[in-house]
Design a protein around this ligand. Structure first.
Ligand code: MF3
Ligand code: CO
Length: 285
């Protein structure tokens, strides 16, 4: 009896058992992965993450206004640093596990984690992902958008659009008391139906009190697998979709830049979401 209580993490002594507790317990008994209590954010924490998301969105809106052909990715990095710090916040990537800049900038065949550089100049026809993550008052948010520079080929344009649809479709597949795998399954179906592949080596993640928390949000897989989704959980969905094969490698020289093995283009869109009683709410709009 006592042992069981410890195993069932969420039933605290003297605390009323809610409908949510009962649904989590039922899933756990069936062998599903369920969130530990700290992954279910309090209203105060949600407000903090929401405020952080407003700054994060402000950064991306600024980049959207300023980005243009001929600009270096280092110039994007400066805009991110200046705007973020002017709003009392910290760019989360800066010094994160040794990452040297304030933002990730990933052009064409770069999948993610590209490092801004003075030497890297945006060219006509490029597609670029700008991945912005912010810390405000100790709370984290994370979102990325694609930008198209000048005249982008119809093939790359379609990749960018379908990847955006993948995020949208993944978002709609996430139901309270459903599972993380429902999201990945919907994304994989849409990507592959369009002749693309889903990057396997990187995933979305819980976020809010830390940069990367549980659960792992895979962008491929089976419905009904992975962690149960419970109201109050905050996590990203950030599909990386390749025009060619899903295999990627990490640049040995910098230890960060993730590139497609076949050198075909890759796209990514990302939001931070809150699970509510009715479905996902975007916190980085
Ligand atoms: N923003 C990325 C994500 O979506 C993480 C980048 S880690 C960094 O999870 F150090 F490269 F910034
Ligand atoms: Co992320």
């Amino acid at each position: 009896m006592f042992k069981r209580r410890i195993k069932n993490w969420y039933i605290l002594k003297g605390q009323p058992v809610t409908d949510m507790d009962r649904r989590i317990l039922a899933a756990q008994e069936k062998g599903h992965l369920v969130p530990k209590r700290s992954l279910i954010k309090t209203p105060e924490q949600i407000e903090g993450i929401r405020r952080c998301g407003v700054v994060n969105t402000g950064v991306l809106d600024l980049i959207e206004r300023e980005i243009k052909e001929g600009m270096s990715t280092a110039a994007i990095d400066r805009l991110v640093f200046d705007y973020t710090t002017a709003h009392g916040a910290i760019p989360a990537p800066l010094n994160y596990e040794g990452f040297p800049k304030s933002v990730c900038t990933s052009i064409n065949e770069v999948v993610c984690h590209g490092i801004p550089s003075e030497k890297e100049i945006l060219r006509d026809g490029d597609i670029i992902n700008v991945d912005v993550s912010t810390i405000l008052d100790g709370y984290y948010s994370d979102a990325s958008r694609m930008f198209m520079i000048g005249n982008v080929s119809p093939e790359k344009r379609r990749l960018v659009e379908v990847t955006r649809e993948c995020l949208e479709i993944g978002m709609r597949a996430a139901r309270p008391y459903g599972f993380v795998g429902d999201i990945g399954n919907a994304i994989q179906r849409h990507a592959e139906k369009n002749g693309y592949s889903v990057v396997r080596d990187l995933c979305g993640h819980g976020v809010g009190l830390e940069f990367h928390e549980e659960p792992e949000v895979l962008h491929f897989g089976k419905k009904g697998t992975g962690m149960m989704l419970v109201p109050g959980m905050v996590f990203t969905i950030e599909p990386m979709i390749n025009m060619g094969d899903w295999h990627v490698f990490v640049d040995e020289d910098d230890g960060w830049t993730v590139v497609t093995e076949d050198e075909q283009p890759s796209a990514q869109w990302e939001h931070t979401f809150l699970m509510t009683e009715t479905g996902l709410e975007i916190l980085t709009h």
